[in-house]
Design a protein around this ligand. Sequence first.
Ligand code: TRP
Ligand code: ZN
Length: 879
Amino acid sequence: MTETAHTTIHRHDYRPPDYTVESIDLRFELGKETTLVRSRLALRAAYDRSGGERPLILDGHRFVLRSLCLDGAPLAPEAFQVSEETLVVPSVPATFTLEVETELRPQDNTFLEGLYRSNGMFCTQCEAQGFRSITYYPDRPDVLSIFTVTVIADRERYPVLLSNGNPMDRGELPDGRHFITWHDPFRKPSYLFALVAGRLACIEDSFTTCSGRGVSLRLYLQEANRNKGEHALRSLKKAMRWDEETFGREYDLDCYMIVAVDDFNMGAMENKGLNIFNSCYVLATPETATDTDYQAIEEVIGHEYFHNWSGNRVTCRDWFQLSLKEGLTIFRDQEFSADMESRGVKRIADVRYLRTAQFAEDGGPLAHPVRPESYMEINNFYTATVYNKGGELIRMLRTLLGAGRFRKGMDLYFERHDGHAVTIEDFVQAMADASNMDLGQFRLWYSQAGTPLVEASSSFEAADGVFTLTVRQSCPPTPGQPDKQPFHIPLVVGLLDRAGRELPVTLFGEPAPGPTTRILEVNRAEQTFHFSGLDSEPVPALLRGFSAPVKLDYPYRPDDLVLLMAHETDPFCRWEAGQQLAAQVILALVADQQAGRELKPDQAFVAAYRAALTSGEPDRAFLAEALTLPSEKYLAELMPVIDPGAIHIARRFTIRALATQLRNDFLAVRETCRSTRPYGVDDGRSGERRLANLCLAYLMSLEEQAITELCIQQYRTSDNMTDTMGALGPLASCDCPERSQVLEDFYRHWQGDRLVVDKWFSLRALSDLPGTLDDARALIDHPDFELANPNRFRALVGAFSQNQPHFHAPDGAGYRFLVDQLLRLIPLNPQVSARLLAPLTTWRRFEPGRQALMQQELRRIQALPKLPRDVYEVVEKSL
Ligand code: TRP
Ligand code: ZN
């Protein structure tokens, strides 16, 4: 733990760099103990020197400085100053070269930032500010340079040596070493630099771009995983084609490389021409990966590929603009996945994530705008707000502009800013210019934090057939922002009659009939819309497609929701109707518990679910979404004071009530969804598998021996991980004698496969059973638990912190377990530690007892001497 200076960086303090780097030559000598890095920078003053000379200030830390030369001559000790995080040279010429030699110990780098080792290979992670732990450099995204990189290492142990761009030169050296020199013709910021060295297998493919250029695609992985990269490569080709067809974006280098590594802080990294991936987003075989894993791989492969334009060709001026690349790229990967799968189901999954992760963040002490105003540690701002809410803002722009003008805006953005480091404002301006629209008010979405509440109410004037919708918007205070101005909200609506038929939506005074769906532009605190030409009172379908990241409140009656569940044309609204109905029912059961009343199943609700289950809905994945009850986390979001125990019981009660009354329907639907054919990736049956496994999960709540046997039978005969997990998930929460045998069998079978062992840790940490905390504690001492491997830590400790009833145990034991483990992780990996603190930061949402316990645990971290900046920021802001 070195960083102890906890200063705040403000967006308004941005100044262009004083010195830019025309080119950088890097030479890495990867050794057994130490790595020597020699960097030669061609620097140029970028300011007017007639007003006085400014010092050269370079970022750097966590290495040993070996030597420093300016224009070929060693710098005298009094000619520069080294502080904890910078190198300052007070006087330099207008143009000059600086040579810096540094010495690193990658094998000791547990932060997984900069140059580090993972499983015998060398790799880098430079976003956001990892490059400064390799050498002194202006480590900021608005300094773009041409990189030439020579990697030198032992040929036997590191036959593969990679960096960005194209290989230029290679050769043998004495002592069994070899080298390769890479040159990247595109100017890039340091955060996109990458290097990999190791003994790696390579699987190859090729892609011909729309203009006929051939691109060599190479996926590097450990020899033992050679058979697991096919899906990732196929996904890459799909993404490349899709970006050409959808956005007219062509790839620009001769090769595209992806490397899978086991130790990685996040999902993946878009380094120019050399993406580095957490192996969980690359490796898949039917036996080891679920359908969900396959989809996640496709999405993340797409995400990193799309960054080549939205992020690399056009990059961020400073880190406050992070959503410029991340929000846009999330939107692009969501659209890609929607086109590859079922659009409606994809939208539902994205909304589900936004409403749990992002809404919680936006309502808590770490709430920040999509474009933050300040930060201490930028790594803490790779958030659901910057990514996913940022993606929603792009989606709203497309809704408001229409697909055609949106595409024109995208083209204009890329044309104007290719090769530059720009701002969110530049992006919005391109959209405004391409569409001639006034986006002034829309910009508030980037600067105001918090989730707007849209309260709608309606009335119907039978005499003149006019339906009136009144819409009020407000936004709760967030840290530093007590008052908010109204947002520009696209509210997409439709109208249904009592028979479930879609009606024309005709605004009063407009010629009838209007379209069956329309965009209402809500832009004031209160507004009224009149719809005419209606014979009877319609049921409004509001926020179709989840057209804005808001909380919508409309007093739907249960029978309105049942009607929407059965007939609404928009998949999101249809799904949402069922979720609202379920939430009403479950929250009523929570109130019953709190009032000491007996819990009783809601018969109208059971009937609505029976109708859905037996509807024969052809989109099986959609039906599975529709039959999945709102998560405990989402239900918690809806409560003024969260009662995790009561939510858990109410949700379990509802599952069991449905299973009891619909037992034979669940069995029958499961039968129709099961196939005797062997599993196939992309066999079009993932929806069936999902629905079948959901039915099984419902049935398992009955705790019936016959069902348990069915479940074990599925486990024993499954030829794919989707069905294996479909059986294991419910078994892990089943208090039956077979449970431990099956879990043990699974572990023994997959002991050598890291990603599957991660699943095993998570299964146990997520169990409903009473002994789960003790089990999690015991697993900490399991020989396969690895504190320093982020995937493994997240699989056990991270998963446990998502286990609502156990993490929130009233005596605080769950909180204590998390913090006990974080106290061990913080010195090794502050970045991952800070992210895993999130569940404790929401303490204000609980009753006083839990509040005190959660705060107490946060204070235990606060009391650490020399708290790393990442963790310090989260703890300070949340207490
Ligand atoms: N830019 C990466 C992405 O969204 C995110 C990322 C990968 C990252 N590794 C990181 C961010 C480490 C911060 C630190 O695709
Ligand atoms: Zn990204």
